[in-house]
Design a protein around this ligand. Structure first.
Ligand SMILES: [Zn+2]
Length: 404
């Protein structure tokens, strides 16, 4: 069982070293029978769902809509987080405090292999409109050989404030949501090549070649992507040595199912997910990377990639144009353009009337010359845009819809 046990069961001070050691060691195969026994012993949902003899591959995948039926541990440190819904349906994920801390340890794993000083300054792009100043007290975190000092920049904050923060902090590392970083670079215009940023490590969304190039050009730094989800935590990370995506297969059972990625995070006990269907399309690489990191590598082929919208004059409108995260009381949204060009924005809000009016106003400004409808209830958008927050059925004659 030791080969399949998560590092979370060791003392917190050992996490970084153990995650480093395992990344450099030959992977140990999972004992599926033993894992299933653990899931059955721990949670009545799985005791009812599977019996002791069911082989792993015949366990029905856990679908997003089933999450609400999962019993959750009675633990006062549990906090909820909602997924963005970009992979199809919003779900609520519950982790206790130790699990949240371990998720961060796993998220920081790639940095164990970065060339960083012992005191790392980092700026992290997050959702929201708040931006720290250089004078704000940073958040401290010790991990591996490093102490991290972190300042947060809301992707919806004024670009000039983010620029000032970057210029004054001179971060070694820029992390956070990919579209937020790109939006900022495009809005601000100026480059930050002299700041001494060593790495830009975006995540949270599919990183297109164009976005990667934008970041690389703006910061003159190496861009190393991360791939993960709210549900399962950090799944894979681009390697500073071989540049492939190494998968955290020691902490997450990752199955490249053709109908959509299945993940079983081994470090989550409070709301245990067994063969959870995340839905992205990935494949394990056929050839081994020539790399000191021994974790297997994957290729991500379809994951939360948004379409472009075409306005009434035939201009393409970037998916980055939609800054709806600034709209108060908006919980989630999805935008669809039909084959005739009409737009429909599906949204979730506790104040649908107010939010609807604001969304229509912003949408009309971003995409002129198209009919606009808003619909309260994301579920009404159906399943056409499984991987997308923004989807379009409209195709321009002679032009392709550029998503890479
Ligand atoms: Zn590598």
């Amino acid at each position: 069982m030791n080969g399949t046990r998560s590092v979370i069961h060791q003392s917190e001070s050992a996490w970084a070293n153990e995650l480093r050691r395992r990344a450099l060691a030959t992977p140990v195969p999972h004992d599926h029978r033993e894992l299933l026994a653990l899931f059955r012993a721990h949670n009545p949902f799985y005791r009812e769902r599977i019996d002791a003899t069911t082989p792993w591959a015949e366990i029905p995948p856990l679908e997003k809509r089933e999450i609400e039926r999962l019993p959750v541990d009675d633990d006062p440190t549990i906090k909820e987080s909602r997924t963005s819904g970009t992979t199809g349906l919003q779900v609520t994920i519950r982790n206790n405090q130790r699990e949240r801390q371990f998720r961060r340890a796993l998220l920081y794993r790639p940095q164990l292999f970065y060339d960083l000083p012992s005191e790392v300054r980092q700026v992290v792009f997050i959702d929201g409109a708040e931006c720290a100043t250089a004078g704000s007290p940073p958040k401290y975190f010790e991990y591996g050989e490093q102490t991290y000092r972190t300042w947060f920049a809301g992707a919806g904050a004024e670009p000039v404030n983010i620029a000032r923060l970057l210029t004054e902090i001179r971060p070694h590392l820029v992390r956070g949501i990919s579209s937020g970083i790109v939006c900022f670079i495009e809005a601000h215009g100026a480059a930050f090549r002299e700041l001494g940023v060593r790495y830009v490590a975006p995540g949270g969304e599919f990183l297109s070649d164009a976005w990667r190039a934008t970041m690389q050009a703006a910061f003159a730094a190496e861009v190393l992507d991360r791939y993960g989800s709210t549900e399962s935590g950090a799944i894979a990370w681009q390697c500073p040595y071989c540049h492939r995506y190494h998968a955290n297969t020691d902490e997450i059972v990752i199955e490249a199912d053709p109908a959509g990625l299945l993940t079983t995070p081994l470090f989550v006990g409070s709301q245990p997910l067994l063969r959870y269907r995340l839905g992205d399309i990935i494949s394990f690489d056929d050839t081994h990377a020539d790399c000191r990191i021994r974790l297997p590598t994957i290729t991500i082929t379809a994951a939360r990639r948004d379409d472009w919208i075409i306005d009434g004059a035939g201009n393409k409108v970037s998916p980055l144009s939609f800054q709806f995260e600034k709209v108060p009381q908006l919980a989630a949204w999805r935008l669809h353009q039909d084959g005739a060009g009409a737009l429909c924005l599906y949204f979730e809000s506790s104040h649908p009337d107010t939010v609807s009016a604001e969304l229509r106003r912003q949408l009309a400004a971003a995409v002129p010359g198209r009919p606009i409808a808003t619909v309260s209830g994301i579920w009404k958008s159906g399943w056409a845009s499984k991987f997308k927050r923004i989807s379009s059925d409209l195709r321009m004659p002679g032009r392709t819809s550029v998503t890479r």
